[in-house]
Write a protein that binds this ligand. Structure first.
Ligand code: SAH
Ligand code: SF4
Ligand code: F3S
Length: 473
């Protein structure tokens, strides 16, 4: 048996021990997930473990026995959110003696854990990104030995298979294919808190997706900080890995998943433009289930800024890549991430970003104001941009993006779109909501038994962030 499977077996014994402690007591839990889709996927695994212990997800957040927060530290505002939440939890701790466990990326930052130990001593358990699989053992020690526990390591965690998982949706599933990042973009904290790139083995991924398909899931999103370098480290360093059905790269992985019966849509985030090789472009073009919306993070349209960011491509290379992809992949649309106000960004640099946005006409743009992260090279750069200029540029970018999106939305009106129905709309109970292949939200009136189905909808109007549709015929 692999060493990692032995470790998971051990954790399953701890799950059983906790089950014996809390049995028949109707114990409840809550979880607050603060980060990206990988963080959400980690939360699904935490929920999987907790529910196997016998805890039930609480209806009321203020009445729980176990409160878990899964943190993110990509931008500064996450810190304010965590400390705000800890303030709230303090009352629950005092009133009801609940157990508080904080995990995730922020726990890999020493200045944060120090602050929690000093200012929030009532927290019972801290766990990091490399010790997630030990959640049962750590919680058991807190419950049984009634002691505070900190379980954070700063080495690259291993790849663990076979953790229970409680997925948020019945129709869309996320599947992590790799963890960590080797790119060290100079603004970014992820390589420091998630460690180096490690890929899951092809067989484990394919078997997970086959099982998901059997359970009725129709859409899967492959997750990784740099998905198109899947198995790259292994290939480059000649590290032996178990090949399965000819899978030895991201492109071959896509092609194999495309064959899995029951799966109708395949998405992935995030690829890195510098690694977008032709075999991946061909696989997207040729695999009918791979959605023709590709997320291609730009970060900046200025070659100078891209250089300072350590992104390893120029404005022209990005635009050429987009041209090549559009030529090879019929009906391709793109979404992107942009950071405004990175150190040293001049007005001319910013205008280069606007220029790329005008040229590419993205389907969706996720815009961020640069946030200095302790420990990254960007934080030490001297030419930081004043906050008011960052905000002013952000607003100009937002205006351009919004005008493009409402123009772009017009192309949908009168068309028939295949929509995967997700359920009731959060904002309007009487309406259903779903998404097109290009990930646009569509709201429509319909029978609730349409949930989880892919149906044809006629698009009748656009409302910037969503479209309105009607059941066709
Ligand atoms: N691995 C992914 C991104 C993960 S973080 C990728 O390379 O695309 C998601 C997004 O957050 C990034 O694309 C970037 O736009 C933004 N981001 C990362 N660090 C940031 C920072 N310090 N300030 C503002 N935005 C940041
Ligand atoms: Fe961060 Fe860059 Fe890695 Fe993405 S590729 S996680 S932005 S360092
Ligand atoms: Fe945040 Fe960690 Fe994701 S820092 S964006 S939760 S990888």
């Amino acid at each position: 048996m692999k060493e990692t499977s032995k470790e998971i077996q051990e954790q399953k014994q701890y799950i059983q021990k906790i089950k014996d402690i809390i049995k028949n007591e109707n114990k409840t839990y809550s979880i607050l997930t603060m980060g990206c889709q990988q963080n959400e996927n980690d939360s699904e695994k935490i929920c999987g473990m907790i529910e196997e212990m016998g805890y039930i997800k609480a209806e009321n957040q203020n009445d729980v026995d176990l409160a878990v927060v899964n943190t993110c530290c990509i931008r500064e505002n996450a810190e304010e959110r965590l400390f705000g939440k800890l303030g709230e939890l303090k009352h629950l701790k005092e009133e009801k003696g609940i157990i508080i466990a904080i995990g995730g990326c922020m726990m890999q930052e020493e200045h944060i854990t120090k602050k929690i130990k000093q200012s929030y001593p009532f927290v019972d358990m801290l766990f990091g990104t490399h010790t997630l699989h030990k959640f049962p053992e750590d919680l058991y020690k807190v419950l049984d030995e009634k002691r505070k526990l900190i379980d954070i390591i700063d080495i690259d965690g291993k790849v663990y298979e076979g953790l229970p998982i409680k997925r948020d949706s019945n129709v869309k599933a996320s599947v992590t294919i790799m963890s960590g990042c080797n790119n060290f973009c100079s603004y970014c904290i992820v390589p420091y808190v998630r460690g180096r790139e490690r890929s899951r083995m092809p067989k484990d991924i394919i078997e997970e997706i086959q099982q998901i398909a059997k359970q009725g899931y129709k859409e899967i999103t492959l997750l990784g900080q740099n998905v198109n370098s899947y198995l790259r480290v292994e290939r480059e360093k000649n590290i032996e890995f178990e090949e399965y059905k000819g899978i030895n790269s991201f492109a071959t992985l896509l092609r194999e998943i495309n064959k899995i019966e029951g799966i109708e849509r395949i998405r992935f985030i995030s690829p890195h433009p510098k690694d977008f090789t032709d075999d991946v472009i061909d696989a997207i073009a040729e695999c009918e289930k791979v959605c023709k919306l590709v997320h291609l993070p730009l970060q900046s349209g200025s070659t100078n800024v891209l250089n300072a960011m350590n992104r390893k491509y120029t404005k022209e290379q990005y635009l050429n890549l987009v041209e090549k992809m559009k030529a090879k992949i019929p009906n391709l649309t793109l979404s992107t991430d942009i950071i405004v106000g990175f150190a040293g960004e001049t007005e001319q640099d910013f205008e280069d970003t606007l220029d790329v946005v005008k040229k590419v006409e993205f389907e969706q743009v996720y815009m961020f104001i640069y946030s200095r992260r302790i420990g990254t090279p960007g934080d030490k750069m001297e030419n930081q941009i004043p906050e008011e200029i960052k905000h002013e540029r952000f607003n100009r970018l937002k205006e351009l993006v919004e005008s493009q999106i409402s123009k772009n939305n017009q192309k949908y009106i009168g068309t028939i779109q295949k929509v995967l129905v997700e359920g009731k709309s959060k904002n309007n109970e009487k309406m259903l909501t779903g998404r097109t292949d290009s990930n646009k939200v569509v709201i429509f009136e319909g029978n609730s038994n349409l949930k989880d189905k892919i149906i044809d909808l006629k698009i009748v109007s656009e409302h910037m962030w969503y479209l309105k549709g009607e059941v066709d015929g």
